[in-house]
Design a protein around this ligand. Structure first.
Ligand code: FAD
Ligand code: NAG
Ligand code: NAG
Ligand code: NAG
Ligand code: NAG
Length: 490
């Protein structure tokens, strides 16, 4: 045996000790899903300074051939429309920042200024038909005043109380954007909602929230119902929190990404450049003690230090070893039917197609088989693109009654968002005691592009803090409550 040369060993030891702090955090992160949740997680993981980005290697798995999930576009007779998520609120600050960062234009959503409320046999209410674009400014202004008076005449001052509910929601939601130093990192959705005061809304129905806010029964059963049916395919017995988010999504301050909302996910992935595995679905996630082993439908295996589920687990077949236990949740299916053609006025008891409002909302009655019909684009007086939402598939017989001309029909059955109930129960963000995370639990609070990003940001912070914690075994120091922030910042 060769003699041991201690003078050779010493420099090696020194080298090892000096370099170890910076090399110990090399971490592989595997993300399941390339929707706005998975893509914004990838962004938020890189947009932090606590761990050098070069230490993180991120893989994103997407079972489909395209990025974006429920923000996908649809090609109807040569024109692209948003097939799923279409509108974004002006106060959705992550989405606004993403659009700016990625150089994407914010444009007005496909306008449907003229609303009619259909009960299956007649229109119970119609707003005024807007004047043509060529009208004078004063005429447009008069129209606005008259239209507002018409709404007040039917729904009274309850309307302003409805706006009050939305204002209160937005104020509390804005706390999710205060600087990270003043905002805790949350392990559960309950903690997150209790912190900014939104939890109570998730435990009672929207109807209860609105009765409590003194809205009239007519406003709740008509206008509010129309809105919840359009935005979540559900009635006012949905949870108050998701219901209030639906109401916010009917406000004036709305936008959409020029070219399609899926460009947000695409841009975020291009910016952060993870290893992207398209057409590769994950079938199982096994905890091997110091890493997770993921198997895909391509028969491949991947070792990951951190695994993030960025898709709802309710309708996918991912096997967890050991099993994870999360509250049962049913997804609301929204059938989205795109039609190029012309509505039939006779279906609505009208003589001319010009008398059909641009947006037909419907009431919660068993004799209406769709939630809404809206115009997406006018090509000429007899050629339109429409979008219909419904809770079940619309068959050809019904469509042939509803339309006098039907050139092109595309049907999409979305597992769209959770079926909301009160009181709502939430799965945790952290599915085990190690590094298995779940972004889409937050959809049980409310599902939209922005809430996916808000949840992804929290999960990114949770991952980073837990990685640092396990490398230093230090506790995270307590953080201020939302009350303290409200007092200092608002
Ligand atoms: C009809 C409709 C209308 C909507 N309207 C709006 C709106 O106007 N405004 C708004 O903000 N939001 C709206 N939403 C909600 C919004 O689309 C969603 O909340 C949001 O897009 C969810 O993003 P996500 O990334 O969390 O999930 P998803 O977009 O669902 O992404 C999950 C991804 O994971 C992939 N995946 C699933 N399983 C696996 C697996 N095993 N392996 C690999 N990949 C997998 C899926 O293919 C998918 O691409 C609407 C949704 C629908 C359906
Ligand atoms: C995070 O993103 C912002 C853009 O929104 C950028 O200005 C900032 O430099 C990024 N920070 C890090 C650490 O990547
Ligand atoms: C839509 O599909 C048609 C074929 O049906 C194709 O010619 C066209 O390029 C597509 N449009 C877009 C914008 O993808
Ligand atoms: C549909 O239901 C509404 C409200 O319940 C009722 O007013 C209407 O008469 C019904 N229409 C038909 C065609 O049954
Ligand atoms: C999940 O697997 C079961 C049994 O193998 C099958 O019946 C079901 O259709 C699958 N669901 C999905 C969404 O793939």
């Amino acid at each position: 045996m060769a003699p041991f040369h201690s003078h050779l060993f010493l420099p090696l030891l020194l080298l090892f000790c000096l370099s170890s702090p910076s090399t110990s955090l090399a971490t592989s992160v595997c993300v399941i899903g390339s929707g706005i949740g998975g893509s914004s997680l990838s962004f938020f993981l890189q947009n932090q300074t606590a761990i050098p980005t070069s230490d993180l290697s991120i893989r994103v798995f997407e079972r489909r051939g395209r990025i974006g999930g429920r923000t996908a576009p649809v090609n109807l007779s040569g024109d692209l429309f948003n097939a799923g998520a279409s509108i974004i609120h002006g106060k959705n600050l992550h989405a606004v920042r993403f659009a700016e960062l990625l150089g994407l234009d914010q444009v007005e959503p496909n306008g449907a200024d003229w609303l009619g409320i259909w009960d299956g046999s007649g229109f119970v209410f119609k707003t005024l038909k807007p004047p043509p674009d060529s009208s004078s400014a004063i005429w447009k202004w008069l129209y606005g005043v008259a239209d507002a008076l018409l709404l007040v005449k039917r729904y009274g001052l309850s309307l302003s109380r409805m706006q009050g509910v939305v204002k209160d929601l937005l104020e509390k939601f804005m706390l999710f954007y205060v600087e990270p130093e003043k905002r805790p990192i949350f392990k559960t959705v309950e903690e997150m909602l209790k912190w900014n005061g939104l939890y109570a809304l998730s435990q009672i129905t929207l109807e209860e929230v609105l009765i409590h806010a003194d809205l009239s029964a007519r406003l709740i059963s008509e206008l509010v119902t129309v809105i919840t049916r359009i935005n979540y395919g559900q009635s006012v017995s949905m949870s108050g929190l998701a219901g209030a988010v639906a109401l916010a999504g009917s406000n004036a301050d709305l936008w959409t990404v020029k070219g399609g909302n899926w460009l947000l996910a695409k841009g975020l992935l291009e910016l952060t450049n993870p290893t992207l595995h398209l057409h590769e679905g994950i079938e199982s996630i096994s905890d091997k003690g110091d890493h997770y082993l993921l198997t895909s439908d391509k028969g491949k295996e991947y070792e990951c230090d951190v695994t993030v589920v960025a898709t709802p687990l309710d309708e996918v077949n991912i096997t967890f070893v050991p099993p994870v236990s999360i509250p049962h949740r049913r997804m609301q299916h929204t059938y989205t039917t795109f039609i190029r053609g012309l509505l039939n006025p006779k279906y609505f008891g009208l003589s001319s197609v010009e008398d059909i409002p641009d947006l037909v909302g419907t009431l919660e009655t068993p004799n209406v088989s769709f939630s809404s019909v809206s115009i997406l684009k006018k090509y000429d007086e007899r050629d339109f693109a429409y979008k219909i939402f419904s809770r079940s598939e619309l068959d050809d017989t019904l469509l042939d009654q509803l339309f006098s001309v039907r050139r092109d029909t595309i049907r999409i059955d979305w597992p769209a968002y959770p079926h909301y109930k009160a009181p709502e129960k939430f799965a945790p963000f952290l599915l085990d005691e190690r590094h298995l995370y779940y972004i889409n639990t937050f959809e049980s609070a409310a599902s939209c592009i922005e809430t996916s990003a808000v949840a992804a940001e929290n999960v990114a912070r949770l991952i980073i803090s837990r990685l640092l914690q396990s490398s230093t075994e230090q506790d995270i120091k307590p953080l201020p409550t939302s009350q303290e922030i409200l007092h200092t910042d608002l």
